[in-house]
Design a protein around this ligand. Structure first.
Ligand SMILES: *Cc1c(COP(=O)(O)O)cnc(C)c1O
Length: 388
Protein backbone atom coordinates (compact mmCIF):
# COMPACT_ATOMS: atom_id res chain seq x y z
CA UNK A 1 0.00 0.00 0.00
CA UNK A 2 1.58 3.28 -1.08
CA UNK A 3 -0.10 5.54 1.38
CA UNK A 4 1.68 8.78 2.24
CA UNK A 5 0.71 8.49 5.88
CA UNK A 6 2.08 4.96 6.04
CA UNK A 7 5.36 5.99 4.37
CA UNK A 8 5.83 8.97 6.68
CA UNK A 9 5.09 6.93 9.75
CA UNK A 10 7.35 4.08 8.65
CA UNK A 11 10.18 6.56 8.09
CA UNK A 12 9.79 8.86 11.06
CA UNK A 13 7.86 7.21 13.85
CA UNK A 14 9.84 5.11 16.29
CA UNK A 15 9.55 1.48 15.30
CA UNK A 16 7.58 0.63 18.42
CA UNK A 17 4.48 -0.74 16.72
CA UNK A 18 3.92 -3.57 14.25
CA UNK A 19 1.03 -1.69 12.68
CA UNK A 20 -1.57 -3.20 10.39
CA UNK A 21 -1.11 -1.91 6.81
CA UNK A 22 -4.11 0.31 7.20
CA UNK A 23 -4.60 4.05 7.74
CA UNK A 24 -7.82 4.66 9.64
CA UNK A 25 -9.19 8.05 8.84
CA UNK A 26 -12.58 8.36 10.44
CA UNK A 27 -15.47 6.48 11.92
CA UNK A 28 -18.93 6.60 13.37
CA UNK A 29 -20.05 4.36 16.17
CA UNK A 30 -18.81 0.81 15.59
CA UNK A 31 -17.77 1.52 11.99
CA UNK A 32 -14.40 2.91 10.90
CA UNK A 33 -13.13 3.89 7.47
CA UNK A 34 -9.68 3.66 5.96
CA UNK A 35 -8.18 6.30 3.70
CA UNK A 36 -9.62 4.57 0.65
CA UNK A 37 -13.10 4.74 2.10
CA UNK A 38 -13.33 1.03 2.88
CA UNK A 39 -15.69 0.35 5.80
CA UNK A 40 -14.89 -1.92 8.74
CA UNK A 41 -16.87 -3.12 11.72
CA UNK A 42 -14.46 -2.38 14.57
CA UNK A 43 -14.29 -5.10 17.20
CA UNK A 44 -11.17 -3.63 18.78
CA UNK A 45 -12.36 -0.23 20.05
CA UNK A 46 -8.81 1.08 20.08
CA UNK A 47 -7.98 -1.74 22.55
CA UNK A 48 -11.02 -1.31 24.78
CA UNK A 49 -10.78 2.48 24.74
CA UNK A 50 -13.62 3.68 22.50
CA UNK A 51 -16.37 2.61 24.87
CA UNK A 52 -19.12 3.97 22.62
CA UNK A 53 -17.22 3.62 19.36
CA UNK A 54 -15.99 6.54 17.30
CA UNK A 55 -17.39 10.08 17.39
CA UNK A 56 -20.43 9.14 19.46
CA UNK A 57 -22.77 12.14 19.33
CA UNK A 58 -23.43 12.52 23.05
CA UNK A 59 -19.78 12.03 23.95
CA UNK A 60 -18.61 14.53 21.31
CA UNK A 61 -21.09 17.06 22.66
CA UNK A 62 -19.86 16.65 26.23
CA UNK A 63 -16.22 16.93 25.16
CA UNK A 64 -16.63 19.93 22.86
CA UNK A 65 -18.67 21.79 25.44
CA UNK A 66 -15.84 21.47 27.94
CA UNK A 67 -13.21 22.17 25.27
CA UNK A 68 -14.78 25.53 24.52
CA UNK A 69 -14.97 26.37 28.20
CA UNK A 70 -11.69 25.35 29.84
CA UNK A 71 -9.17 22.89 28.44
CA UNK A 72 -6.65 22.93 31.27
CA UNK A 73 -5.87 24.85 34.40
CA UNK A 74 -3.37 22.83 36.52
CA UNK A 75 -3.99 20.96 39.70
CA UNK A 76 -3.31 24.08 41.75
CA UNK A 77 -6.99 24.84 41.19
CA UNK A 78 -10.28 23.07 41.57
CA UNK A 79 -12.24 22.42 38.37
CA UNK A 80 -15.82 21.26 38.08
CA UNK A 81 -15.37 18.22 35.79
CA UNK A 82 -12.71 16.65 38.01
CA UNK A 83 -14.68 17.17 41.18
CA UNK A 84 -17.81 15.74 39.57
CA UNK A 85 -15.95 12.77 38.13
CA UNK A 86 -14.24 11.90 41.41
CA UNK A 87 -17.58 11.88 43.21
CA UNK A 88 -19.39 9.99 40.46
CA UNK A 89 -16.78 7.25 40.14
CA UNK A 90 -16.36 6.77 43.86
CA UNK A 91 -20.10 6.56 44.46
CA UNK A 92 -20.61 4.23 41.52
CA UNK A 93 -18.28 1.58 42.91
CA UNK A 94 -18.30 2.43 46.59
CA UNK A 95 -14.73 3.68 46.84
CA UNK A 96 -13.59 6.69 48.87
CA UNK A 97 -11.20 8.78 46.81
CA UNK A 98 -9.90 9.05 43.23
CA UNK A 99 -6.61 10.24 41.78
CA UNK A 100 -6.54 11.02 38.06
CA UNK A 101 -3.69 10.54 35.62
CA UNK A 102 -3.35 9.91 31.89
CA UNK A 103 -2.84 6.20 31.32
CA UNK A 104 -3.08 2.73 32.72
CA UNK A 105 0.61 2.56 33.52
CA UNK A 106 0.39 5.77 35.52
CA UNK A 107 -2.68 4.58 37.38
CA UNK A 108 -0.69 1.50 38.39
CA UNK A 109 2.39 3.57 39.31
CA UNK A 110 0.18 5.52 41.68
CA UNK A 111 -1.22 2.29 43.14
CA UNK A 112 2.29 0.90 43.68
CA UNK A 113 3.45 4.11 45.37
CA UNK A 114 0.36 4.22 47.58
CA UNK A 115 0.76 0.56 48.58
CA UNK A 116 4.39 1.13 49.53
CA UNK A 117 3.53 4.23 51.53
CA UNK A 118 0.64 2.50 53.34
CA UNK A 119 2.98 -0.27 54.37
CA UNK A 120 5.86 2.04 55.37
CA UNK A 121 3.62 4.38 57.34
CA UNK A 122 2.11 1.50 59.28
CA UNK A 123 4.89 -1.09 59.44
CA UNK A 124 8.42 -0.57 58.13
CA UNK A 125 10.51 0.39 55.15
CA UNK A 126 11.29 -3.31 54.66
CA UNK A 127 7.68 -4.22 53.97
CA UNK A 128 7.41 -3.09 50.36
CA UNK A 129 7.03 -6.13 48.09
CA UNK A 130 4.15 -6.43 45.70
CA UNK A 131 3.02 -9.84 44.52
CA UNK A 132 1.87 -9.88 40.91
CA UNK A 133 0.90 -12.78 38.69
CA UNK A 134 2.79 -14.57 35.98
CA UNK A 135 1.28 -13.62 32.61
CA UNK A 136 -0.01 -10.29 33.90
CA UNK A 137 0.34 -6.96 32.15
CA UNK A 138 0.50 -3.71 34.11
CA UNK A 139 2.20 -1.23 31.78
CA UNK A 140 5.50 -0.14 30.26
CA UNK A 141 7.04 2.31 32.71
CA UNK A 142 9.91 0.77 34.69
CA UNK A 143 7.81 0.02 37.78
CA UNK A 144 4.78 -1.30 35.90
CA UNK A 145 7.02 -3.20 33.49
CA UNK A 146 8.61 -4.85 36.50
CA UNK A 147 5.14 -5.57 37.87
CA UNK A 148 4.26 -7.21 34.56
CA UNK A 149 4.82 -10.95 35.00
CA UNK A 150 6.06 -11.69 31.49
CA UNK A 151 9.76 -12.10 30.72
CA UNK A 152 9.32 -11.14 27.07
CA UNK A 153 8.57 -7.58 28.14
CA UNK A 154 11.52 -7.47 30.57
CA UNK A 155 14.29 -8.95 28.54
CA UNK A 156 15.93 -5.92 26.91
CA UNK A 157 15.44 -3.55 29.81
CA UNK A 158 17.09 -5.16 32.80
CA UNK A 159 17.71 -4.61 35.61
CA UNK A 160 14.08 -4.56 36.66
CA UNK A 161 13.19 -2.67 39.84
CA UNK A 162 13.37 -4.24 43.24
CA UNK A 163 10.18 -5.08 45.04
CA UNK A 164 8.10 -7.58 43.11
CA UNK A 165 7.26 -11.26 43.56
CA UNK A 166 5.63 -13.27 40.80
CA UNK A 167 3.15 -16.03 41.54
CA UNK A 168 1.42 -18.27 39.05
CA UNK A 169 -2.29 -17.54 38.69
CA UNK A 170 -4.10 -20.17 40.74
CA UNK A 171 -1.07 -21.14 42.81
CA UNK A 172 -2.02 -20.11 46.33
CA UNK A 173 0.89 -21.94 47.92
CA UNK A 174 3.36 -19.71 46.08
CA UNK A 175 1.52 -16.62 47.29
CA UNK A 176 1.54 -17.93 50.85
CA UNK A 177 5.25 -18.63 50.69
CA UNK A 178 6.02 -15.10 49.58
CA UNK A 179 3.83 -13.71 52.33
CA UNK A 180 5.70 -15.80 54.92
CA UNK A 181 8.75 -13.61 54.22
CA UNK A 182 6.88 -10.86 56.03
CA UNK A 183 7.70 -8.13 53.54
CA UNK A 184 4.60 -8.09 51.32
CA UNK A 185 2.68 -4.82 51.04
CA UNK A 186 0.17 -5.71 48.34
CA UNK A 187 -1.13 -8.24 45.84
CA UNK A 188 -1.93 -6.85 42.41
CA UNK A 189 -3.82 -8.60 39.61
CA UNK A 190 -6.14 -8.28 36.65
CA UNK A 191 -9.42 -10.17 37.09
CA UNK A 192 -9.23 -10.94 33.38
CA UNK A 193 -5.65 -10.98 32.13
CA UNK A 194 -5.94 -9.05 28.88
CA UNK A 195 -2.57 -8.96 27.18
CA UNK A 196 -1.89 -12.36 28.74
CA UNK A 197 -4.52 -13.94 26.49
CA UNK A 198 -7.95 -12.92 27.85
CA UNK A 199 -7.71 -15.24 30.85
CA UNK A 200 -10.22 -14.74 33.70
CA UNK A 201 -8.80 -15.68 37.09
CA UNK A 202 -10.29 -18.59 38.99
CA UNK A 203 -12.93 -17.43 41.48
CA UNK A 204 -11.73 -19.58 44.37
CA UNK A 205 -8.19 -18.34 43.86
CA UNK A 206 -9.31 -14.71 43.99
CA UNK A 207 -11.41 -15.38 47.10
CA UNK A 208 -8.36 -17.00 48.72
CA UNK A 209 -6.18 -13.99 47.82
CA UNK A 210 -8.79 -11.72 49.35
CA UNK A 211 -8.81 -13.81 52.49
CA UNK A 212 -5.05 -14.03 52.92
CA UNK A 213 -4.69 -10.32 52.20
CA UNK A 214 -7.25 -9.41 54.86
CA UNK A 215 -5.60 -11.67 57.44
CA UNK A 216 -2.21 -10.05 56.92
CA UNK A 217 -3.23 -6.44 56.26
CA UNK A 218 -1.88 -6.77 52.74
CA UNK A 219 -3.56 -4.52 50.20
CA UNK A 220 -5.49 -5.90 47.25
CA UNK A 221 -4.96 -3.93 44.05
CA UNK A 222 -7.21 -4.68 41.09
CA UNK A 223 -5.88 -3.55 37.73
CA UNK A 224 -9.11 -2.81 35.88
CA UNK A 225 -7.40 -0.86 33.13
CA UNK A 226 -8.72 -3.14 30.40
CA UNK A 227 -11.47 -5.22 32.03
CA UNK A 228 -13.13 -2.27 33.80
CA UNK A 229 -15.62 0.41 32.83
CA UNK A 230 -18.38 -1.99 31.86
CA UNK A 231 -16.26 -4.13 29.56
CA UNK A 232 -17.00 -7.37 31.41
CA UNK A 233 -20.68 -6.73 32.18
CA UNK A 234 -20.29 -5.06 35.58
CA UNK A 235 -18.75 -1.64 36.14
CA UNK A 236 -15.60 -3.33 37.38
CA UNK A 237 -14.90 -7.00 36.72
CA UNK A 238 -14.01 -7.69 40.37
CA UNK A 239 -17.67 -7.10 41.32
CA UNK A 240 -18.39 -10.52 39.79
CA UNK A 241 -15.86 -12.08 42.16
CA UNK A 242 -17.36 -10.82 45.38
CA UNK A 243 -14.27 -8.95 46.54
CA UNK A 244 -13.64 -5.37 47.50
CA UNK A 245 -10.11 -4.24 46.62
CA UNK A 246 -8.27 -1.58 48.62
CA UNK A 247 -7.06 0.08 45.42
CA UNK A 248 -8.53 -0.07 41.92
CA UNK A 249 -6.77 1.22 38.83
CA UNK A 250 -8.41 1.94 35.52
CA UNK A 251 -7.86 3.84 32.26
CA UNK A 252 -8.52 2.61 28.69
CA UNK A 253 -12.34 2.76 28.40
CA UNK A 254 -12.76 5.38 31.12
CA UNK A 255 -12.42 8.40 28.82
CA UNK A 256 -14.11 6.74 25.84
CA UNK A 257 -11.17 7.76 23.64
CA UNK A 258 -9.45 10.56 25.52
CA UNK A 259 -6.49 9.79 27.77
CA UNK A 260 -7.47 9.53 31.40
CA UNK A 261 -6.59 7.01 34.08
CA UNK A 262 -7.77 6.74 37.66
CA UNK A 263 -6.56 5.18 40.87
CA UNK A 264 -9.39 4.64 43.33
CA UNK A 265 -8.83 4.25 47.04
CA UNK A 266 -10.96 2.39 49.56
CA UNK A 267 -11.42 2.90 53.29
CA UNK A 268 -7.94 1.66 54.27
CA UNK A 269 -6.02 3.62 51.66
CA UNK A 270 -8.00 6.82 51.15
CA UNK A 271 -5.69 9.04 53.19
CA UNK A 272 -2.34 7.47 52.28
CA UNK A 273 -1.45 9.99 49.60
CA UNK A 274 -1.00 13.49 51.01
CA UNK A 275 -0.06 16.84 49.46
CA UNK A 276 3.09 16.57 47.30
CA UNK A 277 3.34 12.77 47.65
CA UNK A 278 2.02 12.32 44.15
CA UNK A 279 0.84 14.42 41.21
CA UNK A 280 0.45 14.78 37.46
CA UNK A 281 0.45 17.90 35.30
CA UNK A 282 -2.12 16.62 32.86
CA UNK A 283 -3.89 14.30 35.31
CA UNK A 284 -7.51 15.26 35.69
CA UNK A 285 -7.50 17.38 32.58
CA UNK A 286 -10.98 18.97 32.42
CA UNK A 287 -11.68 17.85 28.83
CA UNK A 288 -10.72 14.25 29.57
CA UNK A 289 -12.69 14.40 32.80
CA UNK A 290 -15.76 15.66 30.92
CA UNK A 291 -15.34 12.76 28.49
CA UNK A 292 -15.11 10.30 31.38
CA UNK A 293 -18.14 11.81 33.10
CA UNK A 294 -20.17 11.10 29.99
CA UNK A 295 -18.88 7.53 29.85
CA UNK A 296 -19.39 6.74 33.53
CA UNK A 297 -22.89 8.23 33.45
CA UNK A 298 -23.93 6.01 30.58
CA UNK A 299 -22.59 2.72 31.93
CA UNK A 300 -25.87 1.86 33.64
CA UNK A 301 -27.81 -1.35 34.30
CA UNK A 302 -29.33 -1.31 30.79
CA UNK A 303 -25.99 -1.06 29.05
CA UNK A 304 -24.38 -3.66 31.32
CA UNK A 305 -27.22 -6.10 30.59
CA UNK A 306 -26.65 -5.53 26.88
CA UNK A 307 -22.94 -6.20 27.33
CA UNK A 308 -23.70 -9.52 29.04
CA UNK A 309 -26.25 -10.50 26.39
CA UNK A 310 -23.95 -9.64 23.53
CA UNK A 311 -21.02 -11.41 25.16
CA UNK A 312 -23.14 -14.53 25.66
CA UNK A 313 -24.33 -14.33 22.08
CA UNK A 314 -20.75 -14.21 20.78
CA UNK A 315 -19.68 -17.09 23.03
CA UNK A 316 -22.65 -19.28 22.18
CA UNK A 317 -22.39 -18.59 18.47
CA UNK A 318 -18.64 -19.13 18.18
CA UNK A 319 -18.22 -22.06 20.59
CA UNK A 320 -17.86 -25.32 18.71
CA UNK A 321 -17.65 -23.73 15.28
CA UNK A 322 -15.16 -25.18 12.81
CA UNK A 323 -11.62 -24.01 13.59
CA UNK A 324 -12.54 -22.49 16.99
CA UNK A 325 -11.13 -24.45 19.92
CA UNK A 326 -12.37 -22.29 22.78
CA UNK A 327 -13.74 -18.89 23.75
CA UNK A 328 -12.53 -17.27 26.98
CA UNK A 329 -13.30 -14.01 28.73
CA UNK A 330 -16.17 -12.09 30.26
CA UNK A 331 -18.77 -9.80 28.73
CA UNK A 332 -17.35 -8.05 25.68
CA UNK A 333 -13.74 -8.94 26.46
CA UNK A 334 -13.26 -12.23 24.67
CA UNK A 335 -10.44 -14.39 23.36
CA UNK A 336 -10.72 -17.09 20.72
CA UNK A 337 -8.36 -19.99 20.61
CA UNK A 338 -8.30 -20.93 16.94
CA UNK A 339 -6.82 -23.76 14.91
CA UNK A 340 -5.25 -21.38 12.42
CA UNK A 341 -2.73 -18.80 13.72
CA UNK A 342 -4.49 -15.78 15.23
CA UNK A 343 -2.64 -13.37 12.91
CA UNK A 344 -4.07 -15.18 9.92
CA UNK A 345 -7.62 -14.85 11.24
CA UNK A 346 -7.06 -11.18 12.03
CA UNK A 347 -5.91 -10.55 8.47
CA UNK A 348 -8.76 -12.52 6.89
CA UNK A 349 -11.31 -10.65 8.99
CA UNK A 350 -9.76 -7.34 8.03
CA UNK A 351 -9.93 -8.21 4.35
CA UNK A 352 -13.60 -8.96 4.89
CA UNK A 353 -14.31 -5.70 6.70
CA UNK A 354 -14.01 -6.67 10.37
CA UNK A 355 -11.28 -5.46 12.71
CA UNK A 356 -10.17 -7.84 15.42
CA UNK A 357 -6.82 -7.98 17.21
CA UNK A 358 -4.71 -10.60 18.98
CA UNK A 359 -3.76 -11.29 22.59
CA UNK A 360 -0.80 -13.66 22.67
CA UNK A 361 -1.92 -16.62 20.55
CA UNK A 362 -5.58 -15.70 20.68
CA UNK A 363 -7.92 -13.60 18.57
CA UNK A 364 -9.20 -10.85 20.86
CA UNK A 365 -12.62 -9.21 20.59
CA UNK A 366 -13.30 -5.88 22.32
CA UNK A 367 -16.27 -4.31 20.51
CA UNK A 368 -17.74 -0.97 21.54
CA UNK A 369 -20.12 -1.61 24.46
CA UNK A 370 -23.05 -0.23 22.45
CA UNK A 371 -22.36 -2.04 19.18
CA UNK A 372 -25.69 -2.49 17.36
CA UNK A 373 -26.91 -6.09 17.15
CA UNK A 374 -26.96 -6.14 13.31
CA UNK A 375 -23.30 -5.12 13.11
CA UNK A 376 -22.32 -7.61 15.78
CA UNK A 377 -24.09 -10.44 14.01
CA UNK A 378 -22.50 -9.47 10.70
CA UNK A 379 -19.05 -9.36 12.30
CA UNK A 380 -19.52 -12.72 14.03
CA UNK A 381 -20.41 -14.30 10.66
CA UNK A 382 -17.20 -12.92 9.19
CA UNK A 383 -15.20 -14.35 12.11
CA UNK A 384 -16.81 -17.78 11.69
CA UNK A 385 -15.90 -17.74 8.03
CA UNK A 386 -12.31 -16.65 8.74
CA UNK A 387 -11.76 -19.43 11.30
CA UNK A 388 -12.85 -22.26 8.96
C1 LIG B 1 -3.24 -1.48 28.69
C2 LIG B 1 -3.04 -1.92 30.07
C3 LIG B 1 -2.17 -1.22 30.94
C4 LIG B 1 -1.34 -0.05 30.47
O1 LIG B 1 -2.12 1.00 30.07
P1 LIG B 1 -1.45 2.23 29.26
O2 LIG B 1 -2.57 3.22 29.14
O3 LIG B 1 -1.01 1.67 27.94
O4 LIG B 1 -0.32 2.72 30.06
C5 LIG B 1 -2.10 -1.64 32.25
N1 LIG B 1 -2.81 -2.68 32.69
C6 LIG B 1 -3.63 -3.39 31.89
C7 LIG B 1 -4.42 -4.52 32.46
C8 LIG B 1 -3.76 -3.04 30.55
O5 LIG B 1 -4.55 -3.76 29.76
Amino acid sequence: MDSIAKMRDDNFHAKTYARFPLVIKSGKGSLVYDENGKEYIDLSSGIAVNTFGVADDEWVKAVTKQLGQLQHMSNLFYTEPVAALAEKLCKKVNMQRAFFCNSGAEANECAIKAARKYSQDKYSKERYKIITLVNSFHGRTMATLTATGQDVFHKDFTPMLDGFYYAEAGNLEQVENFIKNGDTAAIMFEIVQGEGGVMPLNKDFVAALDNIAKQNDILLICDEVQCGNGRCGTYFAYEQYGIKPDIVTTAKGLGGGLPIGATLFGEKTKDVLVPSSHGSTFGGNPVCAAAALNVVDRIDENLLNEVIKKGNYIKETLCGKEGIKSVSGLGLMLGLETEKPAAEIVQKCRENGVIVITAKTKVRLLPPLNIPWELLQKAVDVIIDACK
